[in-house]
Design a binder for this molecule. Structure first.
Ligand SMILES: N[C@@H](CCC(=O)N[C@@H](CS)C(=O)NCC(=O)O)C(=O)O
Length: 259
């Protein structure tokens, strides 16, 4: 066959070129017996790490965990051993490096279709993807004024107009999902990637004492009580590193109290 011949006739130079071209996608790092190594940052502070970790844990996907503390002299060098993006989480799997939380979730959902990590209903799945995409690229007001800090309690702080706008939008989409699909359980009924994606928002609302009304408080309590979330948050509480820029929230007048 033509394609077979094409492979056979690749000379050494072409193989080397192909190797070089695909190098950024491959990983030489061992993934251990589970086949997956998830590299994360501090459990107290890293919301993006939490999303991937909670999704893998909630769906019973075994993985080896590597934790790199943020804000240290050697943080960038340590992250660079795994990802050129300089950001965590990173999943090492099947000889490739996946360096983004949403791509990690999508990859795992494809690898394990029987686990139904996304809602099984087409409409619900489309909405779940929209919500995760909106979280992934939006809610900058909330992320800036109310950084994740599971250990801390800053009641009433961080309420900039932008954060308030984001809180309103989050309430709107949670209410819509819970009433149409969630039936007072998780956003789309069973726990899905969408709930893993909003779990760090739930911890923020706890940290900053954002009250959303009885129905949404119930949803937040169910997320916080989910075994995967509980495991992450209890391990976050046991961490001792302090990152000062996440320890002093922004005042409502927009001025930063951060050191
Ligand atoms: N869009 C990325 C964002 C990842 C990200 O910003 N990660 C932060 C930690 S939560 C990070 O690695 N920061 C590196 C640093 O602060 O040195 C994803 O979804 O994975």
């Amino acid at each position: 066959m033509e394609s077979h011949q094409a492979i056979e006739t690749l000379d050494r130079e072409q193989v080397e070129q192909l190797d070089a071209e695909t190098a950024p996608l491959r990983s030489d790092k061992s993934t251990g017996p589970s086949g997956f190594k998830l590299v994360i940052a501090n459990k107290n502070y890293s919301s993006w790490s939490m999303r991937a970790w909670v999704a893998m844990t909630a769906f019973g996907i075994p993985f080896e965990e590597v934790r790199i503390a943020l804000d240290k002299a050697d943080t960038s060098a340590k992250i660079a051993q795994y990802a050129k993006s300089g950001r965590l989480p990173v999943l090492l799997a099947d000889q490739i490096t996946i360096w983004d939380s949403l791509a990690i979730c999508e990859y795992l959902a494809e690898r394990f279709p029987e686990k139904a990590m996304w809602p099984t209903d087409t409409t619900a799945r489309a909405l779940a993807r929209c919500m995760c995409a909106e979280m992934h690229s939006g809610f900058g007001g909330l992320r800036t004024a109310m950084p994740m800090n599971i250990r801390a309690r800053f009641p009433g702080e961080g309420r900039t107009p932008e954060a308030q706008g984001d809180i309103g939008r989050i309430c709107e989409i949670w209410e819509e999902c819970l009433s149409h699909f969630g039936h007072h359980d998780f956003l789309f009924g069973d726990f899905s990637i969408a709930d893993a994606y909003f779990a760090p928002v739930v911890t923020r609302f706890q940290t900053y004492d954002v009250f959303l009304g009885a129905a949404l408080q119930g949803y937040m309590e169910r997320v916080l009580a989910h075994p995967a979330v509980l495991k992450w948050t209890s391990q976050a509480l046991a961490e001792t590193e302090v990152i000062s820029k996440y320890e002093a929230p922004i005042e409502t007048n927009g001025k930063s109290k951060r050191r």
